[in-house]
Design a protein around this ligand. Structure first.
Ligand code: IMP
Length: 428
């Protein structure tokens, strides 16, 4: 049976949490494959209202195992808190963590903040959660993996040297305060005690389930345009949020992935710095931001908002090989007189239909819009396509044709069942 990858098509915050909670009903395993607690996946279901940062979004279903894959960087303090919330809310889904996932150590969090200060006006606008420095150490082969928590004494000895080195960097290069090794050792004991039962070989479990015809969802975090290689570098996150990450971040063979679904919001948002051609500034932007409550789930920061960018959207669809789309938050556009879709850019006097690699070029792109009049009626909670106003159907048809990928699901509200199903994504 197949694996299904669910990937953000924009700059993150597309509504992956809600969609994965909905799809996980028919999944035996949901594996989060990249990022860390920079992500905030909102899930509203019969158990309550949750913002997950690390735990995958399939915990509401009793027969669904939830795995944190090797591609994720884990802040153990955040994970312990989150697992506690899952237990307190009596969420039935079980949780496992890859022994190969890397740990975000206190010095990573410190360095993330200090490096942002040093970048000054070129700051990336990171979430300050230590994500970048943890991935730097992973690539530099000096990271600490979750499996090492199983032997805390050995890990503590190893950490003594590493913390000394990191403190040189923190105090001498960045003028910060040193990390206390005793505190780090205490943390290791605490993490060992709380997380030991969850640490396992996620790749092996995945392959066992595939052999038993299990359904597997590969849960993306952030979005394609924040991908380390393919996003708007350097204003990106430090992991592979695209289809490549779904493979390397879980230990699944590519041929096992039978469907790749792209999640797009019906407009665009971006948090942090970097080019955003369709951005709406001023009162129009404020209006969408307030009405849609576009403030970060993780940091509370105001998200930048703008019109749907089909140039960027096509790029994401091609790169990931999306074969189905989910459009979320359609209801946010309900009150608008006019709705625009960017279908091409004008760059230095020339019309282009491709997403530029160079971010300075992207920053100079002027969006060329298709415009249609708004539907000015509520779509909130609609579950049948035929009940959508004609103009909303036209809008969706334009998105589908611009991205050249069929829409399978449309989300019309935050609750799990506020969804129009045109085609099933995950099937038994
Ligand atoms: P980092 O991932 O904390 O290093 O931040 C790098 C960039 O990615 C910043 O612009 C963040 O705002 C952005 N970012 C990271 N995670 C998310 C997310 O889950 N949603 C939206 N933006 C994110």
């Amino acid at each position: 049976m197949p694996a299904y990858a669910v990937i953000g098509g924009q700059w993150g915050d597309e509504g992956k949490g809600k969609v994965i909670d909905y799809l996980a009903k028919d999944a035996d395993l949901v594996t989060r494959y990249s990022g860390g607690n920079n992500a905030g996946h909102t899930v509203i279901n019969e158990h309550g209202n949750f913002a997950f940062h690390l735990v995958p979004c399939g915990t509401a279903w009793p027969n669904t195992l939830n795995a944190i894959g090797n591609g994720v960087v884990v802040d153990p303090n955040v994970l312990i808190e989150e697992i506690k919330k899952v237990h307190d809310a009596n969420l039935p889904g079980k949780i496992i963590i890859s022994a190969k996932a890397h740990i975000i150590m206190p010095y990573h969090v410190e360095l993330d903040k200090l490096q942002e200060i040093q970048r000054g006006s070129s700051a990336i606008g990171t979430t300050g959660r230590g994500i970048g420095p943890a991935y730097v150490d992973k690539v530099g082969r000096m990271g600490i993996r979750m499996g090492e928590l199983l032997d805390p004494q050995k890990l503590k000895t190893k950490l003594k040297n590493i913390v000394d080195q990191k403190n040189e960097l923190i105090t001498k290069i960045y003028d910060g305060l040193p990390i206390n090794i005793t505190d780090v050792h205490d943390s290791v004991d605490n993490w060992h005690e709380h997380l030991r039962p969850y640490i396992t070989d996620v790749g092996k479990k995945t392959n066992e389930l595939l052999n038993q015809n299990g359904n597997i969802i590969l849960e993306g975090a952030q979005g394609t345009l924040l991908d380390l290689d393919h996003g708007t570098y350097p204003y990106v996150t430090s992991s592979s949020s695209t289809i490549g990450g779904a493979i390397t971040g879980t230990g699944i063979a590519p041929k096992e992935i039978s469907k790749i679904t792209g999640i797009y919001k019906s407009y665009c948002t971006r948090v942090g710095s970097g080019p955003f051609p369709t951005e709406l500034t001023g009162s129009k932007g404020d209006k969408i931001r307030q009405q849609a409550r576009e403030f970060g789930t993780t940091t509370g920061r105001a998200r930048r908002v703008g019109w749907f960018d089909a140039v960027a959207g096509r790029f994401s669809a091609k790169l990931n090989g999306f074969d189905s789309l989910v459009i979320t938050r359609l209801d946010i556009l309900d009150e608008w007189e006019e709705i625009k879709i960017c279908c091409e850019y004008e760059l230095d006097g020339k019309i282009i239909a491709d997403f530029p690699i160079d971010i300075e070029q992207l920053g100079r792109c002027i969006p060329k819009y298709k415009s249609l009049s708004g539907w000015k009626t509520s779509t909130s909670g609609i579950t049948q396509y035929d009940d959508l106003p004609k103009q909303a159907q036209t809008y969706l048809a334009i998105l589908e044709s611009e991205l050249a990928v069929p829409i399978y699901l449309i989300s019309t509200g935050p609750e799990r069942n506020e969804v129009i199903t045109l085609n099933e994504i995950v099937t038994r």
